[in-house]
Design a binder for this molecule. Structure first.
Ligand code: PLP
Length: 229
């Protein structure tokens, strides 16, 4: 068994242990393998180990890898910041887009979604820790943007995504995830058919699952540490 296969088994085991402990089914938690900066071969190795959903942060990497691996039944998720002049690549190559934070991006994605593909699954990125430097909308902006997006024909609004500020303790990790869950529940109570909480990464996945994550986005714990040079 290679290193990626072994790491994937470990992450899946952790997901099912945490799910068991909090009375959830691990079938309700999608493991998204974040392959950014890693080559096509790493994605293939994870695919051979049974992984089917992959996340990318950079549009060019999404285009390159999804084209190279077009023969494999992979579900591609775009999770990074997106400039409006690059929306076409995401509209053409992704099944999910987690980081929508303005209407203009959503409108372009809907306009550019090819007719032969199903609607693009959308999460709104929320700046849940209120960090000045972070992307994402504020909690008070969620309902307005959400209702605009439900009017766009080639998108399907699925839920919310966040990247909280790093926290020192487990309880401090849970707090922003609880806040995102409450926001999703508020959307549901206002009649929106949303079901997705994209939250939790290698270092805070357990806290996110305890607060209801339905997608965890895990890179380092599967592929190792990234080298950006
Ligand atoms: C890189 C990245 C991840 C994965 O982070 P790890 O700490 O490597 O697990 C998850 N979500 C987003 C948005 C990312 O950019």
């Amino acid at each position: 068994m290679n290193a990626i296969h072994e790491a994937l088994q470990g992450v899946k085991k952790q997901i099912s242990q945490v799910a068991d402990q909090c009375g959830r089914s691990s079938h309700d938690i999608l493991l998204l393998a974040v392959s950014k900066t890693f080559p096509v071969e790493a994605v293939e190795a994870a695919f051979d180990a049974g992984q089917r959903a992959f996340g990318e942060n950079y549009v060019q990497e999404l285009a390159t890898k999804s084209t190279a691996l077009a023969h494999l039944p992979i579900e591609w998720h775009f999770i990074g910041p997106l400039q409006s002049n690059k929306t076409k690549i995401v509209a053409e190559h992704a099944h999910w887009m987690h980081s929508v934070d303005r209407l203009k991006i959503a409108e372009r994605l809907s306009d550019q979604r090819p007719a032969h593909l199903p609607p693009l699954n959308i999460c709104l990125q929320v700046n849940i820790s209120g960090e000045a430097s972070k992307s994402g909308i504020t909690p008070s902006e969620v309902m307005t943007l959400a209702s605009e997006i439900t009017k766009l024909p080639n998108l399907i609004l699925r839920g919310l995504m966040c990247i909280p500020a790093p926290a020192a303790t487990h309880d401090a990790q849970r707090a922003p995830f609880a806040a995102l869950r409450e926001l999703l529940q508020q959307m549901q109570s206002e009649g929106l058919a949303v079901d997705t909480l994209s939250m939790g990464m290698s270092s805070d996945m357990a806290a996110a699952i305890e607060e209801g994550a339905t997608i965890v986005r895990v890179g380092t714990a599967i592929f190792g540490s990234r080298n950006y040079s």
